[in-house]
Every structure is written in C-alpha cells, then in structure tokens.
Ligand binder design. Structure first.
Ligand code: MEV
Length: 430
C-alpha cells in the first residue's frame, strides 16, 4: 500500500471516469481504510451534530464540501493520493494532471525547515525601549524557561520555545518593544501552544522591561516555518517549447503586476487550501502567511518561480510558510480530517507541509499552462459538459462521448445533450 509501505502507485489512469464508489474502493485499498472509515467518507454530512456543536458556537448544522482525490503525486520518491476539499471545479483535475506531467522527470522534491512558529508580546509605555530590549535579551533563559513550563508534552517530544529576539518598533503611538518567541511546535499547527506561552511570559517581561504588555499572540507570518518544492516539467509533456515560453510569459506578467500576481498566487492557494480544508487545518492562517510572505520585500510578488533549464524544460520552485499540523484542534476531532490524513499517509506535520507545497506548485503549473494556451474555460466546460451529459441520461462510456461532442460544438445544453445521446443510442442499436 502506498500510504503505508510505498509499494502502490498513485498513477491512476482513468480514475476520473469511475463512480464515487469505485474510486473509494481504490482509495480504501491504497490507504487501508476500515469499512467504517469508508462509510463515513460517503455519508456526506461527515460530522455528528454533537461534535459540530463542541467545535464552534451557535451551531445549527454543517456545511459539507466535496472531497476529491488528486492522483499521480510522486513526492520525494513516494506516491501520494491527496485529499482535496473544495467547491471549485477543475482544481482536483488540474493538480492531478500537473502531477502526472511532473512524474516524467521524477516528480516533486520537497523539503522544509523545522516547524518554528513566532509568538509576539507587545510592551507599551517604556521610556528607554532600546535598553529594555537588552534587559529582556539578558534574561532570555529565564523567559524561555517560563515559556517551556507551559507545555511539558511539547518539550518531551523535542519541541518548545527555543529562542527569542526583541525588536523596537516606531509606531504612531510612540515606540513599542516587541518580544518574539521562537517555538518549535513539532506536529501541531501551534497556535494554542504559542499563545499560551506568550501569555505566560508576559508578567515576566513586564517585570524585566517595565511598561505594560498588551498583545500576546502568534504571528501568521511563519517565516521560520517554510516548505519548499521543486519540479521539472519536460517540454514534451507540456506540449512543446512554445508552451514553456508561454508559461514564462505568464510568470513575467505576475512578476511585473500585483493585479496579475494576486491571481497567480490564488491559483497556488487553490491547491494548498483544499488540502488544508480536507485535513481541518487553519486555512485563514495559511492564506495570511502566504500573502504576507509574498509581500515581504515591500512589493507583492509571486510565491513561485519559473525558469527554463539547459534542455529547454520548465523548472518550477515554490517556497512559502506552511503552518500546518497533524495533531491538535479539529485535526484530530474531525473524523474526515483523520481519514484524509490516513489517505495521505503522512507521518509528521513537516511531511504534510511538503505534500502541500508540492500540490501548490502543481496547481500553479496547471493554471499557467491552461491560461497561456487554451484558456481555463475549456477545462471548466469539460466538467460542465459531463454533468449535462449525465443529466441527459448518459451512462458509462456514453458520458464522455456526449460530453466531448457538446464541448466540441461549444453548445453545452441539456436539449442538445439529449439529442446527441439519442444519436449514439440509435447508432449502437444499428
Ligand atoms: C482560478 O481559481 C485560479 C486561476 O485564476 C489561477 C491563475 O490565474 O493563475 C486560474
């Protein structure tokens, strides 16, 4: 099984043509899901009302989102089936398609930093802020010890507050001193651990630096928790050197223009957020971190890079903050999130981050390829045409046949689908 022993492939040709039940059978085998897990996946509510009621306030129900599987992902030599929760058509197909193209040159190579999150403690009303900064730095060990007393479990698995720094900010209300804790949160997203530590060290910082502490909170600009992926897409797989050049032109547009760049980065986030949602990770934290990282130079830039190598093939890289966990919060309580993690077969938060950054790169490539060649509406149209064909009564092979004709004719309408279906049926009876 690929999820566990690495012997089964994620290269599943024609997976999209199967019924949801048939697809689930394959995924069940791949990830060794139990009968109960398989049942839960297809009970589209996903969570019990009582659980939902414990997760947030004022609950009245749940909001199910489709869960798809992106196929073909080969990352660091391991095959992954990637669960993606998203309402937008074409995203899962596009990721699978790009992953298929990447396989030819060995798939994705991904790696990540230690999972270090930053916690900020804001001190106000200090008349000698630069001296206060040094006073805090001199007491670093005492502050880190106080932080680490909060989370013995995190400490026991090698995590904890590892270091701190202090900065003086000039602000509209005068100078403020900001102490930043660097916390290795191991397999958690880390917000709870970091916020608890920030609150715990606040009185000590007041004692050392004077003034008064106000905000004590994690930073979502997780610049010390980065994930990186690279992949080579051969010009042949992409459809020729012209396509490589067209993608480079699309990239140049994003580099030159923040309006295009926002959409470029949105394409990357389509993939990342879909995996985050499938695993119940904090999607807002990821979005905030990604866009702040994209703007860290002072102007907003693409998160990815695209270049042509000596052979004329396209080389992509993506580097971004990836604050995701596999334990804690809704990740462990949400049954579908647990099953998604089982399907992924990831053993650590870092491995999950590495899968996600690879999915982001795949998603970006797929969007740029479509946009710089046929346009993205064609892919949307294909899916829409399949839906219309099914609505017209097509089954099995006829779904794709009717859908292709509809798309070719550019008239994706139910009445036309019925006519085409009738024609095919007549032909097969003669
Ligand atoms: C649509 O959800 C995403 C794209 O707009 C991304 C892009 O333009 O690069 C296709």
């Amino acid at each position: 099984m690929a999820g566990t022993t690495g012997s089964m492939t994620s290269r599943l040709a024609g997976f999209y043509k199967l019924t949801p039940q048939e697809r689930l059978r394959i995924v069940k085998e791949f990830a060794r899901l139990t009968d109960e897990e398989a049942r839960l996946l297809q009970s589209t509510g996903g969570i019990e009302l009582s659980l939902a009621d414990r997760m947030i306030e004022n609950v009245i129900g749940a909001m199910p989102v489709p869960l798809g599987i992106a196929t073909n992902f080969l990352i660091n030599g391991k095959d992954y089936l990637v669960p993606m929760a998203i309402e937008e058509p074409s995203v899962v197909a596009a990721a699978s398609n790009a992953a298929k193209m990447a396989r030819e040159k060995g798939g994705f190579t991904a790696f990540s930093t230690d999972p270090i999150m930053i916690g900020q403690v804001q001190s106000i009303g200090i008349s000698d802020p630069y001296d206060a900064r040094l006073r805090i730095l001199m007491e670093k060990d005492r502050i880190l010890k106080r932080a680490n007393e909060q989370d013995p479990v995190l400490l026991s698995v090698g995590g904890g507050a590892k270091d701190l720094d202090v900065k003086v900010l000039q602000s509209p209300i005068g100078p403020m001193v900001v102490t930043e804790l660097y916390v290795d949160v191991r397999d958690a997203m880390g917000a709870n651990a970091v916020n608890t530590m920030c609150e715990a060290v606040a009185p000590l910082i007041e004692e050392i630096a004077g003034g008064k502490v106000y905000l004590r909170i994690i930073s979502n600009l997780a610049i010390r928790r980065l994930a990186r992926a690279r992949a080579v897409f051969s010009k042949e797989a992409l459809g020729g050197e012209d396509v490589v050049d067209a993608i480079l032109m699309a990239y140049a547009f994003a580099l030159a223009d923040p309006y295009r760049c926002a959409t470029h980065n949105k394409g990357i986030m389509n993939g990342i957020i879909a995996v985050a949602l499938a695993t119940s990770n904090d999607t807002r934290a990821l979005e905030a971190g990604a866009h702040a990282y994209a703007a860290r130079s002072g102007s907003y830039k693409p998160l990815s890079t695209w270049e042509k190598n000596q052979d004329g093939d396209l080389v992509g890289t993506l580097e971004m903050p990836m604050a995701v966990g596999i334990i804690g919060g809704a990740i462990r309580t949400h049954p579908i999130a647990r099953i998604s993690l089982k399907i992924l077969g990831v053993k650590s938060a870092r491995e999950l981050a590495e899968v996600m950054v690879s999915v982001g790169l795949a998603q970006n490539l797929a969007a740029l390829k479509a946009l710089s060649t046929v346009g993205i509406q064609k892919g949307h149209m294909k899916l829409h045409a399949r839906n219309i064909a099914i609505m017209a009564g097509a089954q099995g092979d006829l779904i794709d046949k009717v859908a292709s004709r509809l798309a070719e004719e550019g008239k994706v309408r139910l009445d036309r689908a019925k006519e085409i279906l009738e024609e095919f049926r007549k032909k097969s009876n003669t």
